[in-house]
Every structure is written in structure tokens, then in C-alpha cells.
Design a protein around this ligand. Structure first.
Ligand SMILES: Cc1ncc(C[n+]2csc(CCOP(=O)(O)OP(=O)(O)O)c2C)c(N)n1
Ligand SMILES: [Mg+2]
Length: 331
């Protein structure tokens, strides 16, 4: 049941859709590069895990989602948030722990959530997302609202009981759920070749009676195609899919990681595999877009990130009066 998408046929995408996909990937990259630099300055509290290098996954999957749909994320969640439409400025403020942040400065990088956008939250619990998505997908199924739930999780999380139980539940309940295993080769410093029992995480799909697909995670078009099939199947009542997206993260596990467990794979990926470079090369070679259009997006995004950082730094921190708000959700 496991298939591999190595040389995909791009689905028809309009120029506007291509520009939007590029803007999303560029926004994630610029956001993460800036957070990397700012973290080194010491003003950002807490732990930060960056998504740079993995942009095609969140972007390719979320390009099929709309307001009916929800995603669950991980500790490496900034890219998922941006791709699902969470505003960049409140996200940056949240990372700085400021009152203007998405969660009023009380969540930080690892707990950004925006339920109004169907972003159920970054999550410090490895393997925490898949059970949440079973619940959300079950709610959509019962309400008949056509919504799908997508759980992003890592290769490390793929070994968690919560993930495996969720795959099982999703099939027996025939849920409109998609499980996106983002295999970046490591859980902290532990190689997935050592910790994952199968060569490919997607192979596990057969054990849970669902289709499993392996995708080149540096290729937006490959992710977009695989996710498109999975979302269409889920919406049509065809049940869940496991998509394994393979790539490399460009920064350490967390900011401050010395990365003594790997050598030159990042330089190789940045040079030869990078999703933004490949996207640019493909759409300009096809004549679908020209380089000036993409350069304009780069400039817009750079300005947005600059403003987001300046506003986040200038914003107030939550005070003692804010201590007891946002503790409970009221329905
Ligand atoms: C339940 C649980 N166990 C352990 C941890 C500590 N921890 C945080 S991130 C991480 C590695 C996760 O690896 P993976 O799922 O591959 O995601 P990646 O960091 O590669 O994106 C671990 C073990 C945790 N946060 N939660
Ligand atoms: Mg990993």
C-alpha cells in the first residue's frame, strides 16, 4: 500500500496559487532565519525549535485546507502556524513573550495556537498532536461539515504510543484525518535510522489499513500532490492517509544545539535540495512566473518580518493583572 512520489506530475496550479505558495514558504524561511538571529541576542525567552528547510511540507499540505479544517502541530510549529494562516506579527510577539502575542505572551514558541484559524496549537508533547486530530476529525465527521484534521509529527513522534493508537482509531472510525510524518532524520540527536524499526515510516500505514505515501519533502509539488489526494479522499469519506515527508532541518534540534551528531548534510541540502530554490527554478523554467514577481515577494516578506520584530520588541509584557486570564477556555 505504500507508494513513492519521486517524480510527480504537478497538479494544475494557477499563477496566483503558485505565488501564494512561494510567499508562504518564503515567510516561514525569513521568520525562522530572523528568530535564529534574534535568539542569539538573548531577548527571546524559552526554547525555540526552527522549521527552516521543512517549509514545503506545511505549505504543500495546508494549501489544500480551508476554514473547515484544523491542524495539530509540534514543538517545531512556526511553519505550520504560518501555513495555516496565523498572523506573523502576533506570532513574533508571542515568541518574545509579549501581551500582543497570539496567546498574550503566555505560550511562547512551543505553544502558539490560534483556534480561529484552525491551528490547534504547537505542542511540547512529542506525539501529542495525532490524538487531538482524531478528536477534531471525529467532530467534523459527526457534524458533517466536510472538515479534515491534519496532524504533523516527527520521526521521533512516530514511535510514540499516542501516534500508533491514533492511526488505529482513525481507520476503525474511518476518520477524515491525515497524518503527516515529517521525517527530518533525527529526534533530538538520535538518528531515525537507529530509532525507527522500518526503513520508511510510511510502511507502517499498511498495519493500520490506510494508504501510506513517501514524499520528497524538499519538493513543494510532490507534497502538494500527495496531500491533495489525501485531503480529497478524507473529504469524500474515504478515511485517513499517512504521508511521510523526508527532508533535513537546517538548524539544530533547538537553538543552541551544537549538532555534533551530523556533518555536512545541511550544507548539501541548502545547496542542492532547498525547496525555495527548486520552486523558483521550476516555475521560472516553465514560464509560469518570472523572477521579478518572486523577488517582489522576497522584499515584501523581508519588510513584514522587520516590522514584526520591531513591534514585538516594543510591545509590553503581560503583567500581574494578566496572570489569571487565559487559564480556562469558556464555551
Ligand atoms: C512525550 C515527550 N517525550 C520526550 C520529549 C522531549 N523531546 C522534545 S523534542 C524531542 C524529539 C522529537 O523528534 P521528532 O519527533 O523527530 O521531531 P523533530 O524535533 O525532529 O521535528 C524529544 C524527545 C517531549 N517533549 N515529549
Ligand atoms: Mg525528527
Amino acid at each position: 500500500m505504500t507508494g513513492t512520489l519521486s517524480s510527480p506530475t504537478a497538479q494544475e496550479l494557477t499563477p496566483d496559487e503558485l505565488l501564494e505558495a512561494y510567499r508562504t514558504m518564503r515567510t516561514i524561511r525569513a521568520f525562522e532565519e530572523r528568530v535564529h538571529d534574534e535568539f542569539a541576542g538573548g531577548d527571546i525567552p524559552g526554547f525555540v525549535h526552527l522549521y527552516a528547510g521543512e517549509e514545503a511540507s506545511a505549505t504543500g499540505v495546508c494549501s489544500h485546507l480551508d476554514d473547515r479544517d484544523a491542524i495539530a502541530s509540534t514543538h517545531r510549529g512556526h511553519g505550520h502556524c504560518i501555513a495555516k494562516g496565523v498572523e506573523v506579527k502576533p506570532m513574533m510577539a508571542e515568541i518574545y513573550g509579549k501581551l500582543t502575542g497570539s496567546c498574550h505572551g503566555k505560550g511562547g514558541s512551543m505553544h502558539i495556537a490560534d483556534l480561529s484559524k484552525g491551528m490547534l496549537g504547537a505542542n511540547g508533547i512529542v506525539g501529542g498532536g495525532p490524538p487531538l486530530i482524531c478528536g477534531r476529525a471525529l467532530a467534523s465527521q459527526k457534524r458533517g461539515d466536510g472538515g479534515v484534521g491534519v496532524a504533523f509529527f516527527g520521526d521521533g513522534a512516530s514511535n510514540q504510543g499516542t501516534t500508533l493508537e491514533s492511526l488505529n482509531l482513525a481507520t476503525i472510525w474511518n476518520l477524515p484525518a491525515i497524518f503527516v510524518a515529517e521525517n527530518n532524520g533525527y529526534a533530538e540527536a538520535t538518528s531515525s535510522s537507529w530509532s525507527v524499526a522500518t526503513d520508511d515510516i510510511a510502511d507502517r500505514a499498511a498495519a493500520f489499513g490506510m494508504p501510506g505515501v513517501i514524499v520528497d519533502g524538499f519538493d513543494f509539488f510532490a507534497v502538494h500532490e500527495a496531500a491533495g489526494e489525501a485531503v480529497a479522499r478524507a473529504r469524500a469519506g474515504g478515511g485517513p492517509t499517512l504521508i511521510e515527508v523526508k527532508f533535513t532541518r537546517y538548524y539544530g534540534h533547538f537553538e543552541g544545539d551544537q549538532q555534533l551528531y551530523r556533518a555536512d548534510e545541511v550544507a548539501h541540502a541548502r545547496e542542492n535540495l532547498d525547496c525555495l530554490k527548486r520552486f523558483r527554478a521550476r516555475v521560472t523554467a516553465d514560464g509560469q512566473l518570472d523572477a521579478a514577481q518572486l523577488d517582489r515577494i522576497d522584499a515584501d516578506v523581508a519588510a513584514l518580518i522587520e516590522e514584526a520584530v520591531a513591534e514585538a520588541k516594543a510591545a509590553p509584557k503581560p503583567g500581574a493583572d494578566d496572570l489569571l486570564t487565559d487559564v480556562y477556555v469558556s464555551y
